[in-house]
Write a protein that binds this ligand. Structure first.
Ligand SMILES: [Zn+2]
Length: 340
């Protein structure tokens, strides 16, 4: 079984085209939903797509940079985002990295068990990234283990409830501060038998015996293969303060289907971060005085050059400035999401 894959209706769906230089909007011909209702270039050069979608039904937005597919070679559509219809809906497509043309298609999904969020295409199916509050987020994908497909749900620093999502097969906790470690939330998030990966300081604060027994302690430099996912624990620490001493907390680099996802944890721009190789997606903490300034985060991006960056753990920070700094002369896509 390959859950959460595209059990889409065989309808063509609404289709819209835009280019980086000029809009070539094709209004949706179909009366059915979802339907595009508008496209708009924003002041920062992003494109905003407006859609109308049926309330309570799941939809998916797909993108292609060409439509040269034939009957023998399907058009190379990639999933962008899965969302729950609620009437008018808007998606902002970043200006960078600029493709010469992009074609968007929106389809309605059957079924009710879809995880909403951004898609990351891997060699092993799509990872769906569902952002939460502050430093909490969820990733879900269909994982091929041998000839079987299993659905994997991973929670990072769960401090909010994430109602309606599958329970966690794996929970990662970066460090023992209260905005990252809330044991009741881990217990609520974790399915029976689910694993926790955490540094020693987190393990020491756990009180639930079953949870402790299901915890794998990783220290900086440690690594594990769990449920087909590579998990590396990397340093996360302050260089100019003692909020997060070196060695106490972990950042993580996950390898899923050939993609490498970096979760910074609470850290400054460190030599270890700047030397990270081949990062596809990076979650970067930026708030003062605990983690990076937006300027330092942008300097880190310039050094290790992730393809996609999610600022998170970012209350009070000027994220538009971060994006401006990080995207200068670089092929990086900064995704601003609602974390608060
Ligand atoms: Zn924190």
């Amino acid at each position: 079984m390959k859950p959460c894959q595209s059990r889409m209706r065989q309808l063509p769906g609404a289709l819209v085209c835009l280019t980086a230089l000029a809009l070539a909007a094709a209004a949706a011909q179909s009366q059915s939903l979802p339907a595009f209702t508008g496209i708009q270039r924003l002041a920062n050069a992003d494109m905003a797509l407006s859609l109308q979608a049926s309330t309570g039904l799941y939809c998916r937005l797909l993108v292609s940079t060409n439509l040269l597919g034939t009957t023998n070679v399907p058009a190379p559509w990639e999933s962008v985002v899965t969302f729950l219809g609620a009437g008018a809906w808007r998606h902002t497509n970043p200006a960078a990295p600029a493709a010469s043309a992009r074609f968007f298609r929106a389809v309605e999904l059957t079924g009710t068990n879809h995880v909403t969020g951004d898609h990351l295409v891997t060699t092993n199916g799509d990872v769906v990234i569902h952002t939460g509050w502050h430093a909490s987020f969820v990733m879900n994908w269909s994982n091929r283990l041998g000839t079987d497909w299993t659905n994997v749900t991973l929670f990072v620093d769960p401090t909010n409830a994430f109602a309606g999502l599958p329970r966690a097969d794996l929970v990662l906790v970066t460090h023992d501060h209260g905005d990252h470690l809330r044991e009741p939330m881990i217990l609520a998030a974790r399915r029976p038998g689910g694993l926790l990966i955490a540094p020693q300081a987190v393990y020491n604060k756990l009180t639930n015996a079953a949870l402790k027994a299901a915890t794998l302690v990783l220290t900086n430099g440690g690594a594990a293969q769990v449920l087909g996912v590579g998990v590396e624990a990397v340093p996360a620490y302050n260089t100019n303060s003692n909020f997060h001493p070196k060695g106490s907390g972990n950042g993580y680099v996950l390898t899923v289907g050939g993609r490498r996802i970096y979760i910074s944890g609470d850290t400054d721009n460190t030599p270890e971060m700047r030397a990270l190789p081949n990062i596809d997606v990076a979650f970067l903490a930026m708030n003062q005085p605990y983690t990076m300034t937006v300027t330092n985060a942008a300097r880190a991006v310039a050094a290790f050059r992730p393809r996609v960056v999610y600022p998170y753990h970012c209350a009070g920070s000027d994220l538009n400035l971060f994006r401006q700094l990080a995207q200068t002369n670089q092929e990086v896509e900064v995704r601003l999401r609602r974390w608060y």
